[in-house]
Design a protein around this ligand. Structure first.
Ligand SMILES: Nc1ncnc2c1ncn2[C@@H]1O[C@H](COP(=O)(O)OP(=O)(O)OP(=O)(O)O)[C@@H](O)[C@H]1O
Ligand SMILES: [Mg+2]
Length: 214
């Protein structure tokens, strides 16, 4: 099972420091909440941890392997980043089916269970372009969890979801944590962080400035 070790991670875009000297170890079975104002670097940190951006200095190791050196992308990871790309002409099931073909480890039944778990209809033929924002967000949660990844990186996974949906997403994430996943969740919803996170990390101006363990 996974750990992510970030050591002295810094990232500049043009002349702006968007991440500065971030050192932290993330462990399996734990959920980390990322908190901080708009522009504080939460999304950038999530992008860096899953290998979506190159960092200028420092290292990120996933299970001892250095990102962009030994690995381009962590092998077992589910990610939600802002606008997750979904294929808009296809149904929820077809979207996940296409993704699952990359690894071929998930059965149709498991795909349907994941769609059902987020409160969507696994038999529906409705194309994703007709989904509401909250429905798309539910599908992106299904997309992140359906292959039972070791690591889940979630950037504001519930901001468009209604109250009942938020509760079910929280339950899903608590179950994923119990399964052993390492979860990092960026959110402006303090209640999400209080309920889900074992540790709340606060970012300010690209730095990690606080670390509150429960
Ligand atoms: N494509 C980009 N080019 C240049 N600077 C960027 C780019 N994307 C983000 N930034 C800058 O990086 C910094 C961190 O942004 P980031 O998106 O990580 O913040 P955030 O904490 O996720 O904010 P929010 O709460 O609004 O989602 C900000 O100063 C932002 O202006
Ligand atoms: Mg963000």
């Amino acid at each position: 099972m996974p750990t992510i070790v970030a050591e002295h991670v810094s990232k500049k875009i043009k002349h702006t420091d968007v991440l500065t000297d971030i050192t932290y170890t993330f462990n399996e079975h734990y959920t980390y909440g990322l908190s901080g104002r708009n522009g504080s670097g939460k999304t950038m940190l999530i992008r860096a941890l899953c290998g979506l951006i190159y960092i200028n200095s420092g290292t990120i190791k996933v299970d001892g392997k250095v990102l962009h050196q030994d690995l381009s992308f962590p092998p077992s990871i589910g990610v939600i980043i802002e606008k997750t790309d979904l294929l808009s002409e296809y149904s929820a099931f077809t979207n996940l089916k296409i993704l699952s073909k990359i690894k071929g480890i998930t059965s149709d039944q498991e795909i349907k269970e994941a769609i059902d778990r987020v409160g969507l209809d696994p038999e529906s033929k409705m194309p994703v372009r007709k989904f509401s924002l909250g429905m798309k967000q539910r599908l992106s949660i299904a997309q992140a969890i359906f292959e039972k990844p070791d690591i889940l990186l979630l950037d504001e996974p519930t901001n468009a979801i209604d109250k009942k949906g938020v509760e079910s997403v929280r339950n899903i994430l608590l179950e994923e944590k119990k399964r052993g996943a390492l979860i990092i969740i960026a959110s402006h919803n303090q209640e999400d962080l209080t309920i889900l996170a074992d540790t709340i990390l606060t970012m300010e101006g690209g730095r990690l400035v606080g670390n509150d363990q429960k």
